[in-house]
Design a protein around this ligand. Sequence first.
Ligand SMILES: *[C@@H]1O[C@H](CO)[C@@H](O)[C@H](O)[C@H]1NC(C)=O
Ligand SMILES: *[C@@H]1O[C@H](CO)[C@@H](O)[C@H](O)[C@H]1NC(C)=O
Ligand SMILES: *[C@@H]1O[C@H](CO)[C@@H](O)[C@H](O)[C@H]1NC(C)=O
Ligand SMILES: *[C@@H]1O[C@H](CO)[C@@H](O)[C@H](O)[C@H]1NC(C)=O
Ligand SMILES: *[C@@H]1O[C@H](CO)[C@@H](O)[C@H](O)[C@H]1NC(C)=O
Ligand SMILES: *[C@@H]1O[C@H](CO)[C@@H](O)[C@H](O)[C@H]1NC(C)=O
Ligand SMILES: *[C@@H]1O[C@H](CO)[C@@H](O)[C@H](O)[C@H]1NC(C)=O
Length: 575
Amino acid sequence: MMGRSTVWGSRNAGFRPENLGQDALAMIRNLGFTVFVLGVLIFTIIAATYQPEDPLFHPSTKMTNFLTSKSNATFKADDTVVKTGEDFIGANQTAFATFINLTDVDIALPVTETETGNELECQGKTDEPIDCKDPDVFHLLMKATIEKFKDVHFYKFGKPVPGSNETSCHMAWRFRPKEGKSAAFYKDYRNFVISRSENCTLSVVDIGEYHSGGNARKRKRDRKKAGKSEEGFEKAPKTEDQGIALPVVGEAVNDSLPVVESESSFSRGKYLIYHGGGDRCKSMNHYLWSFMCALGEAQYLNRTLVMDLSICLNKMYTSSGQDEEGKDFRFYFDFEHLRDSASVLDQTQFWQDWTKWHRKDRLSLHLVEDFRVTPMKLAELKDTLIMRKFGSVEPDNYWYRVCEGETESVVQRPWHLIWKSRRLMDIVSTIASRLNWDYDSVHIVRGEKASNKEQWPHLAEDTSPEAVMSSLKDKIEDGRNLYVATDEPDISFFDPLKDKYSTHFLNEYKDQWDEKSEWYSETAKLNGGNPVEFDSYMRISVDTEVFLRGKKQVETFNDLTKDCKDGINTCTSST
Ligand SMILES: *[C@@H]1O[C@H](CO)[C@@H](O)[C@H](O)[C@H]1NC(C)=O
Ligand SMILES: *[C@@H]1O[C@H](CO)[C@@H](O)[C@H](O)[C@H]1NC(C)=O
Ligand SMILES: *[C@@H]1O[C@H](CO)[C@@H](O)[C@H](O)[C@H]1NC(C)=O
Ligand SMILES: *[C@@H]1O[C@H](CO)[C@@H](O)[C@H](O)[C@H]1NC(C)=O
Ligand SMILES: *[C@@H]1O[C@H](CO)[C@@H](O)[C@H](O)[C@H]1NC(C)=O
Ligand SMILES: *[C@@H]1O[C@H](CO)[C@@H](O)[C@H](O)[C@H]1NC(C)=O
Ligand SMILES: *[C@@H]1O[C@H](CO)[C@@H](O)[C@H](O)[C@H]1NC(C)=O
């Protein structure tokens, strides 16, 4: 898509739709115009029928050019995954985070002798409620948890709290998959059913499902006061103290919009806003690439970025097949992290305050209408608001053009400020947890590519169930849990794989986004009470992220087929 729009833009450089009327007669005499009309027609047809698939997919370890590109900061391919800040925090950077093992638990909380040997005292008391606050209970639960979940590392246990009845306690903990390559932490909280035997020994008889222990899920308090908010057991040093913010998936999200405290704080502020432009309704990659440029410029200028939280979702991700306006930034990205680590303000609130106070407080506006005016030239401005206005001619009206040229070496895109939505990542972590973080994964690209024999001559064959079976034979042991990430709508197509593997597909986990799910109610809340569609961008995100958490990962390109990801003869550039 991008490639084509660029061609369109450059071929018609200088052409302005509003001039069409007056120039039309002159142009019609011009043969060039016929060519132009044909061009537009062909472009339109291509645009209407072109449906890129899996724009998000790519292997975890291979960094795409997209984010690390040094090539004049120009946006390149569209067919890449949106990598966000947390993906760049390598596991090695967080190696200092030491996990808790059984030995630590035994040392920290040795079993007391109070109950053992007191057989007489507890006769007839086996029905007494369990005291979840008892250190012995805490010890017992930690031990049972560490013993049960062999494929994760534990970093922190919260003190147990009473559960749903007298024999159950809820406990929360922070963990990471043992073999994970990413730096994120996950939070789990589960229900424990505890029984007391005749001689008073306590034992855990059941550990509930992922996130079954809601009472232990504390609402996170204000970050600044967070120091003592979570009591429990953890191994020093605290990971957050090392200066790298890390996402904690599963923690309650508070992504309410920032508020301006007072007139004086508003009027003292300095703001940057980007207005208009051709970026709207383009791919999510394009959106981020442009948004990051704006955010980078705001940071460079030490200004608050006034942003539009309403996103237009490109038709390649919608079920209606139309571009859809009114999607919330928070459906896709972690606004809480952005709000807490950068200075941003929602434009609705901004304009309200501006309207109220700009005359009275003589707040000034500096308008910039040419993207070639560099951020460096704006650095000295004292105006309250700098507004960059973008015209209607693509591609000169793309926001990211501000960051091209000499600006590239001055303004860095602050990727660390953008993380994926933790609500989506929570779905990922639920799926992985249901598979006990012990599964292998395969990504099977079919869709349009499989039917395009010219560009992908072998793909259809190489992704048939029989071919996949034989490719997986030496890679994945029989009987393993196998997560299949795919764009193939007919899942029964892969039934033959069931002979050897226990297969799992995204659709099995519909309960994670259906009417009863937390995701559903929380996104509806952000959406003025209206239900939010679990669109295909979200779908592909979750599918991708679950795939990336498999112990062994088998990709389509390179692993299953020798065809190239981006079509025939593109292998050297895309891998
Ligand atoms: C990119 O920058 C190089 C020099 O750094 C320049 O030679 C080249 O023309 C630029 N390309 C584009 C497309 O602007
Ligand atoms: C982490 O590993 C990457 C390569 O895997 C390396 O480039 C980077 O310097 C490492 N970072 C640290 C802090 O060791
Ligand atoms: C637990 O960690 C300690 C050091 O932190 C280590 O000496 C011990 O071997 C570990 N035990 C197990 C069972 O991994
Ligand atoms: C307490 O709740 C658990 C499930 O949370 C259930 O298994 C157990 O039977 C309940 N016990 C009583 C006494 O109701
Ligand atoms: C208490 O009873 C349980 C079984 O009911 C047994 O496994 C345990 O060893 C006993 N403990 C002591 C200290 O007698
Ligand atoms: C959410 O965060 C904002 C800003 O930090 C805070 O003012 C607000 O009280 C929080 N809301 C809840 C429910 O914790
Ligand atoms: C932004 O603030 C930093 C630190 O206060 C300062 O070094 C820098 O020069 C400022 N940048 C601009 C463009 O004013």
